[in-house]
Write a protein that binds this ligand. Structure first.
Ligand code: UD1
Ligand code: UDP
Length: 390
């Protein structure tokens, strides 16, 4: 069976046109929720056409719940899978079995997954085993290297093999899918739903400026560096070098405030607190709620990150974006001169952050056009699902 066979068997019939489509929308981590909430809201605006079944695997807990609370989304089911210090294999097997059972119970018309996490890979596999067609949001991002990002490049490719509707955020990601012989009819450039979420959020958080200033006094000055990091391929030396570079920078730039919402993965939290806990201008804080993180990006002069989502959002907000990776599956911002790869070399990070701090921040408050999307991705994706299956 090819993936086009599966698409054909699932859709195109007019006999269902008066019955709302029942997509099973599955997510498990913070970024998936941020990027799928706008799509769920878009479905909820069309109740006569779409009746989504919303399933959280609970791969993440606190970091996921923050996002759902902000968007007022309550999952129909929460599989509660997160375990402290979970392993990739343990999570993979638990997620595959649990999502399989949801499919058996719910009998959805199709499944929607987003991105490249273990939740995405296993949910796509479970749907494939039940011959349920898959909509992959944020399809086609590739470095071509299975070790970076690890294991996400693998996860995204596995999901891609069994997907019927590939929602590519950019022309580049669509081209990557064409090179893998995905049929043109199964690819659409939709934009990335992360920009839908960002546009939903940024003006509101600007209006709440005084609230966030009171919460983050360190972020009120003109020289703020915002930091995130959690990639598995950076665990160990990469993370240690990055922390050492941040400590060097904090000492050489005493008037700059370094704000670091630390990811809850114990492989991140432990080393970061051990290495950076004692400098007065480094502020280690818990993961920020999504709206306040958007406000922090909007305040920052420099964003130092290995995050996928932050690479996509930050270019809209006028900050310099320095990416602590050797390779990125999101090359568009780098090619547009809006971001730079700095890897995890201590000296290079110090040099690049110092240069960015010395440069002028764009003071234009308008939201810059963004290579990853225009705010309409969710609408395009729901339209395409309805065209295909209703
Ligand atoms: C996961 C994804 C990664 C994604 C990232 C987004 C996989 C393999 N990795 O990485 O692709 O970029 O999420 O942040 O799918 N934890 C908590 N509370 C939380 C979340 C995590 O305590 O709300 C801790 C737990 O100890 C958990 C550990 O972090 O076991 C790791 O979580 P996991 O989802 O396996 O990996 P992440 O590093 O978060
Ligand atoms: N984010 C957040 N709070 C934080 C750090 C990040 O809400 O403290 C948001 C950020 O705006 C982006 C998403 O989380 O939308 C990125 O998630 P993460 O970096 O965990 O995963 P990735 O995108 O690398 O898969």
């Amino acid at each position: 069976m090819t993936n086009s066979d599966q698409s054909g068997s699932a859709g195109g019939s007019t006999s269902h046109q008066n019955i709302p489509l029942r997509p099973l929308i599955v997510f498990g981590t913070r970024p998936e929720a941020i990027k799928l909430c706008p799509l769920i809201l878009e479905c909820q605006r069309r109740p006569s056409q779409v009746s989504p079944i919303i399933c959280s695997t609970g791969q993440h807990r606190e970091m996921l719940d923050q996002v759902l609370g902000y968007f007022s989304i309550v999952p129909d089911m929460d599989l509660g899978l997160m375990k402290p210090g979970q392993t990739l294999s343990g999570l993979t097997s638990a997620c595959l079995q649990a999502v399989d059972q949801v499919i058996v119970d719910q009998k959805p018309d199709c499944m929607v997954v987003q991105g490249d996490t273990t939740t995405v890979m296993t949910s796509a596999m479970a749907a494939f085993y039940h011959r349920i067609p898959i909509v992959h949001v944020e399809a086609g991002l590739r470095t071509g290297d299975l070790s970076a990002p690890w294991p996400e490049e693998f996860n995204r490719r596995v999901a891609g093999i069994v997907t019927q509707l590939h929602c590519a955020p950019t022309e580049k990601s669509a081209d990557a899918l064409r090179r893998e012989h995905v049929q043109d009819s199964q690819i659409r450039v939709t934009g990335n739903t992360v920009i839908d979420a960002l546009l939903h959020t940024v003006e509101q958080e600007r209006a709440d400026d005084s609230k966030w200033r009171a919460k983050y006094p360190a972020a009120t000055g003109d020289s703020v560096v915002l930091i995130t990091g959690h990639r598995r391929e950076n665990f160990g030396d990469g993370l240690a070098n990055t922390c050492d570079a941040i400590a060097d920078l904090a000492k050489s730039h005493p008037d700059t405030q370094f704000i670091y919402p630390v990811h809850l993965n114990p492989n991140v939290k432990g080393p970061v607190h051990d290495r950076l806990g004692n400098l007065p201008n480094i502020h280690l804080v818990p993961p920020a709620d999504y709206p306040e993180f958007v406000w922090l990006m909007d305040r920052a002069k420099v964003v130092l990150t290995d995050s996928g989502g932050v690479q996509e959002e930050a270019p809209s907000l006028g900050c310099a974006v320095l990416v602590t990776r050797e390779k990125t599956e999101r090359p568009e911002a780098v090619e547009a001169g809006l971001a730079e790869l700095v890897g995890t070399n201590r000296e290079l990070i110090v040099q690049k952050v110092s240069e960015a701090l010395a440069a002028r921040r764009a003071d234009d408050q308008s939201i810059a056009s963004n290579p990853y999307g225009d705010g309409l991705a969710s609408k395009r994706i729901v339209d395409w699902m309805l065209e295909t299956w209703r």
